[in-house]
Design a protein. Structure first.
Lengths: 184, 184
DNA sequence: GCCTTCATGTAATACGTTACATGATTAC
DNA sequence: GTAATCATGTAACGTATTACATGAAGGC
């Protein structure tokens, strides 16, 4: 299960409360990598504490508990991160699924959808670029490096999808038989 | 739930049995977009049939049932495909999660991991490129267009990750203070 | 005083995976 | 005849989402 490793990783970068971790999942992490709500996070933190991989480092006001990884937790995380990419890695992406099913539509609808994808990816990429340039303030402290890597990753991925959509649009204009013979 | 739409989409491209659909999920679809095993697929097909979105078009040997979408199913699929990308789209990608957590590692381990990512993406992209060039035979019939779009998508995405990893590796060499002042 | 944000949890339900189970057909 | 592949299903378990529930602290 990857939620445990996601939590382990976030806590290894910087100790945090369940509440703060929940917000992290609402940002880039949940957008590109892994989603989780607070109702999964709190029980999972308790399980991890039970297994001795994290521990409550500090208790603040309003019952807030700041968790930190233990040395055992750090070991477990490192093993998982350095493990070569296995075939059985979990992948689930609704947006990509839509793209794969495009050929179920009529050519007009396909064009409509690809155009909308091209526009959306360009727009979102531009937004991220803008926020990356303004977000020089290292307000979020230790996790600012995380934000830069994530932002850069997001932009590059969006650009790739954008260009794929544009390519697919030009492909739509080429009749089937021309394509197979003209293939480079 | 997206599994139902995945099945609807595949059947809209070409009628198929649960067994054939299962194999589809073991290929590009499961690799980049959505995973599902036969134990989810068979019950889901029955549910879809119950809702009148698909129907058994033909019964073959060994109890094989070929499903096809009904007009209602096609409507439902079209609505879903053309719906603008909502914020709540499901995303779950173990590989990307690992990348996001890289900063939890020591610089040496980070370098190790990024190098391995760069190598793996290059290798896999090359494999797909090779199989795309040889796979001109339209053996799989109606779904060959699906394969081309998917292959192209996969290659572009892998290239993007590859370049991101290479960029991240060069970033590792730049000390923190230089980076913020030299940012373009 | 009231609303918002902070902060954590449980319970019911839905969804997905693993293990179990069965039988027909084809290839050797 | 034996193994592999085709073909479908159920049951148990684990994981995730939605709804429900509670209370403290801070801003206005």
């Amino acid at each position: 299960m990857s939620l445990s490793h996601a939590l382990l990783g976030l806590l290894a970068i910087a100790p945090a409360s369940g509440y703060e971790l929940t917000k992290e999942f609402e940002r880039d992490l949940g957008r590109y990598a892994w989603q989780a709500g607070h109702t999964s996070i709190y029980p999972e933190l308790n399980k991890l504490a039970g297994r001795g991989l994290v521990h409550v480092a500090h208790e603040g006001p309003r019952g807030a508990k700041t968790y930190d990884v233990t040395p055992e937790g750090r070991d477990e995380l490192r093993t998982w991160l350095l493990r070569p990419p296995g075939e059985g890695a979990v992948v689930r992406n609704e947006q990509v699924l839509r793209m794969f099913l495009i050929s179920a539509l009529t050519p007009e609808d396909q064009r409509r959808m690809l155009t909308s994808i091209a526009e959306n990816t360009a727009l979102t990429a531009a937004e991220i670029r803008a926020s990356m340039e303004s977000e020089d303030e290292p307000e979020r402290g230790e996790r600012s490096g995380f934000g830069r890597l994530a932002g850069e990753f997001g932009v590059r991925q969006l650009d790739a999808v954008h260009e794929w959509a544009e390519w697919a649009l030009t492909e739509l204009d080429i009749p089937d038989r021309e394509r197979s013979s003209a293939q480079a």
